[in-house]
Design a protein around this ligand. Structure first.
Ligand SMILES: Cc1ncc(COP(=O)(O)O)c(C=O)c1O
Length: 397
């Protein structure tokens, strides 16, 4: 049964809680392939947003689809009550492709859940309560993750969140290293590149000093790499750019290539503090998610996507930076914020009219590019041709 697009939009509005009302694009998707998604009339949209950085290897990559089909036929679900070979392989893949000091994985279902878990583990392991987080950092909408999310507007709607235990600093502000009571701090949690805030990074030396500060005071350093993981920045994880390893890394979004999955990876010192019963979730590491993770990593390796992302991103950044109407291009790899003279919502809408999807963020003049790592040079040319004209047009201010 195919429902008419307008009816299906109304149905969804009627039968779902209104949390996404007014934020959806007026688009009803029917399918996706590679870097494109297609509406119900089969119009193609170039997807440079990946449904919030999720579609890391494009839509329905044939190798990934094959792996999914095979797993669905073999075993669709069993919980952590049993062992499961595909889960074991996904865990090994994740650990061996993360930071060298990482030792063990916990599987869950989303980015917020991964961060909740990391915060629980850090607090229990250190027997400390305070957490340092960053203004402009986004870590998810569940109560614990919200408590360390550096957007007061989001927290204030839920005053019973746990932010009495959080101290907020600006990313890059080294006054953090002079706080009087570091022995009360369980963890520092940060997005190494703040995405929702507008794609902001600190200087490389800041991350190194932060690592040193945490080690000196027994504080667990948590990198929230929900967006920057799975090769998005041109390395498996962002800390590789600065030679800095956290104690815990969390990831989600692109890790399953579109299938919901969240992951916490811990180094040995942290892993040793975790005991049976500290955390659990029914769907964590389920066979479908595990097969999706394995296939996603397989595609990234087989097609040399990390090298490709680094090379194409360098070219793209220099071309975007030279455009009239572009103020600044921030970010690494395929997590880019393009700050423009024009208003970001206007640009996003004009690009949408040209059937190109990009993201906005909390910075009013910055659009975000979070495309599949598989985007081709020709597809970038398609974007640049359109974008060059729109970004220079004063009508979009
Ligand atoms: C950096 C970061 N952390 C955590 C989350 C929360 O992830 P999820 O929506 O899967 O709970 C997000 C989602 O946008 C994110 O960007």
């Amino acid at each position: 049964m195919t429902t008419h697009p307008e009816i299906s939009q109304q149905l969804e509005d009627v039968y779902t809680l209104p949390v996404y009302r007014n934020v959806r694009l007026p688009l009803t998707l029917a399918r996706g392939a590679g870097s494109y998604v297609y509406d119900e009339r089969d119009n193609a949209y170039l997807d440079l947003y990946g449904g919030h950085a999720v579609c890391s290897i494009g839509h329905s990559h044939p190798r990934w689809v094959e792996a999914m089909k095979e797993q669905v036929e073999r075993l669709t679900f069993y919980s952590n009550a049993v062992y499961c070979p595909v889960r074991a392989e996904a865990a090994e893949t994740l650990v061996t492709h993360s930071y060298p000091s990482m030792e063990a994985v916990y599987f869950c279902g989303s980015g917020a859940e991964a961060n909740e878990t990391a915060l629980k583990i850090a607090r229990k392991g250190t027997r400390r309560s305070l957490v340092v987080a960053m203004n402009g950092g986004f870590h998810g909408r569940t109560l614990g993750a919200l408590s360390v999310t550096g957007f007061p507007k989001m927290r204030e709607r839920f005053p019973e969140n746990l932010d009495v235990w959080t101290r907020f600093f600006d990313l890059g502000d080294d006054s953090l290293f002079g706080i009087p009571d570091p022995e009360r701090v369980a963890a520092v949690i940060l997005e190494p590149i703040q995405s929702v805030a507008g794609v902001f990074l600190a200087e490389p030396d800041y991350y190194r000093q932060l690592r040193e500060f945490c080690s000196r005071h027994g504080i667990v350093l948590i990198f929230d790499e929900v967006q920057t993981g799975t090769g998005r920045t041109g390395h498996w994880y962002a800390g590789h750019h600065w030679g800095v390893e956290p104690d815990i890394v969390t990831t989600a979004k692109g890790v399953g290539g579109g299938v919901p999955a969240g992951v916490v990876i811990a180094n040995q010192a942290v892993a040793e503090t975790v005991e049976p019963g500290d955390q659990a979730t029914t769907f964590g590491g389920n066979p479908i998610a595990a097969a999706a993770i394995r296939a996603t990593y397989g595609v990234i390796e087989e097609y040399g996507l990390l090298d490709q992302v680094r090379a194409r991103s360098a070219d793209l950044v220099s071309r975007l930076s030279a455009l009239e109407g572009v103020r600044e291009v921030r970010g690494l790899g395929y997590l880019l914020g393009v700050e423009c003279e024009a208003s970001a919502p206007n640009l996003q809408k004009r690009l949408f009219d040209e059937r190109i999807l990009v993201g906005e963020c909390s910075h009013p003049h910055t659009i975000r590019l979070l495309p599949p790592l598989t985007v081709t040079s020709d597809e970038w040319e398609q974007f640049l041709d359109v974008f060059e004209k729109l970004v220079a047009d004063p009508a979009n201010a």
